[in-house]
Write a protein that binds this ligand. Structure first.
Ligand code: ADP
Length: 523
């Protein structure tokens, strides 16, 4: 902490130079600085300049005596709290002592001074002051954290509102003049803006989970090309929107890593997105991967706005934005790189940022430990593209108090060939489920009349529904929320907004499962 480096000041006041010097010698210790005054006036001047931890005042001085000085100190806000020890020659009578205490003394010491006594008393004031300094430094840190939090909330509101504006305008245009070409353009725009919103919120949740150590990597043996491909796909829309070109320079042979492919693609895609965001239209972005001395080197370079050298070490800090005030087309929250660095470190790697300065582009390089080549056997099942009709239609009950959410989920279910019913009140769930006999229930958790956990419990109690799959559908996506819903009896947990693809995958898995056992009723 910086306060450790700041000296503690004692004020020594005596008209005799030799007394000052011997006092100073007596008190000497690390971190202590003695200010020496030969008169009351000199002392007052020093008090104006320094924050003093203790005043050691000689009582008998020619112009202004120690008591008068103490009274002046009492009368001023700045020096009122400075503790004072009077040094008197001979034993002071009771009346004089009384006057001294009134003037603010904490103690009297008689000359000749007993050095041990003085040293131990002074030591107490030294330590007290040190603690005060530390508390003040902590208070400043808290204030700074509070200021950054306020700034962050303002940025958050701004960034969340940004994508909402075109979505709303797009809707209005759709309502007023929906030509086919315009409709297609607007759908594309809405898709892009929504993906941006979802990404912001995902990053936000991830960074909080990462900083609490709650993200677990699902490591497997993966090839770097696989990771780069997924990352490119995710970043393509942003790169295309900026009219950038993306050059690839990837090692011919395979580079194997022991890594969580989703998280590592997230890292690379984050770097690609930044390259696209911080490069003026029509820029050049390159993505390269090479093996070097047992390490995989993945770099993302751009010829964009660059980073000033003094900011380079800080770009990975949470909430750091080089030009926070610049109006940016697609800004962020200053959390992407913090997340990226944590994820890279969790993989045993390091990340580094380089730039020749403003306007000169940037390069981010990730180094990760390689593992021996040994291709993994058999890839996972290949799913059909989103939006095709299910071969195995299910009956699905959707329960959500938000009518729009429920209806759009219904439309998605219809699009992929399932049958559905909607209800908007938790307390009607059991009755509706008895009548409809759903194969699966998509159930909102936060509902006013009866929450999703209670509904889940009520449905679980129905023997008619013992084969019904219960799916929580909620805005809460923390690990804690997932385990709560599992404990409440849910089979699956989907976080809103649920994409068509995710819904389709889950339901087709459920449909496959259903075929493999005999149901209590014909569906
Ligand atoms: P943000 O959400 O602001 O993009 P990041 O954590 O991803 O947050 O990045 C932090 C800051 O680092 C950005 O605000 C930007 O100023 C700077 N930065 C990141 N990538 C680049 C890049 N490729 N070129 C120039 N500046 C960049």
């Amino acid at each position: 902490m910086t306060s450790e480096a700041r000296p503690v000041h004692f004020l020594l006041v005596d008209d005799l130079e030799e007394n000052l010097l011997s006092l100073e010698g007596l008190l000497r210790r690390d971190g202590l600085l003695c200010l020496k005054a030969r008169s009351g006036n000199e002392a007052l001047e020093l008090l104006l300049q320094y924050d003093v931890a203790l005043g050691l005042l000689d009582v008998q001085m020619p112009d202004m005596d120690g008591f008068e000085l103490a009274e002046l100190m009492r009368g001023t806000e700045r020096t009122r709290g400075v503790p004072i020890i009077f040094l008197t020659a001979g034993s002071a009578d009771r009346q004089r002592r009384f006057r001294g205490y009134e003037a603010g003394a904490v103690d009297f010491l008689n000359k000749p001074i007993e050095s041990d006594v003085l040293r131990s008393k002074a030591g107490v004031f030294f330590e007290l002051h040190r603690q005060r300094q530390q508390i003040a430094a902590q208070r400043d840190e808290l204030r700074e954290a509070d200021r950054r939090k306020d700034e962050f909330l303002a940025t958050l509101a701004h960034e969340l509102r940004n994508p909402l504006a075109p979505i709303r305008s797009g809707l209005e245009v759709l309502r007023a003049a929906p030509t086919a070409a315009r409709t297609a353009q607007i759908h594309e725009m809405m898709d892009r803006q929504l993906s941006h919103l979802v990404r912001l919120i995902d990053d936000l949740l991830d960074v909080s989970r990462v900083s609490q150590g709650k993200i677990e990597l699902r490591k497997e043996k993966v090839e770097v090309k696989e990771i780069l491909n997924t990352a490119r796909e995710a970043s393509d829309p942003l790169i295309a929107a900026g009219n950038h070109t993306l050059a690839l320079d990837v090692e011919n042979g395979p580079i194997w890593l022991e890594a969580d492919p989703t998280r590592l693609s997230q890292v690379v895609s984050n770097l690609l997105n930044n390259a696209a965001k911080y490069t003026p239209e029509g820029g050049k972005i390159s993505l390269s991967a090479h093996a070097q001395g047992g390490e995989a080197l993945i770099s993302v370079s751009d010829n964009g706005v660059g980073i000033p050298s003094e900011m380079l070490p800080r770009v990975f800090d949470l909430f750091t934005q080089v030009n926070a005030n610049l109006a940016r087309a697609q800004g962020g929250l200053g959390i992407g790189l913090a997340l990226v660095r944590r994820l890279v470190e969790m993989h045993g790697g390091v990340i580094n940022a380089a730039s020749d300065g403003p306007g000169k582009g940037s390069t981010f390089t990730v180094r990760l430990p390689m593992v021996a080549a040994e291709p993994k056997a058999g890839l996972g099942a290949v799913s059909s593209p989103a939006g095709s009709l299910s071969q195995n239609p299910l009956r699905i009950l959707v329960i959500d108090d938000n009518i729009d959410v429920a209806q759009t989920v219904g439309w998605m279910l219809e699009t992929i060939g399932h049958e559905y019913r909607l209800i908007h009140e938790g307390k009607r769930a059991v009755e509706a489920a008895r009548a409809f006999r759903p194969d699966a229930v998509l159930l909102d958790i936060g509902m006013p009349d009866m929450d999703g956990y209670a509904v889940c419990e009520a449905l679980r109690a129905e023997s008619l529904l013992k084969n019904t799959v219960l799916i929580a559908q909620t805005g809460w996506g923390r690990d804690r929320d997932r385990s709560t819903s599992r404990q409440a009896g849910f089979d699956h947990h989907l976080v809103k907004p649920v994409s068509l693809e995710a819904l389709e995958q889950l339901l087709s898995a459920i449909a496959d499962n259903r075929v493999s056992y005999t149901k209590g009723h014909s569906g």
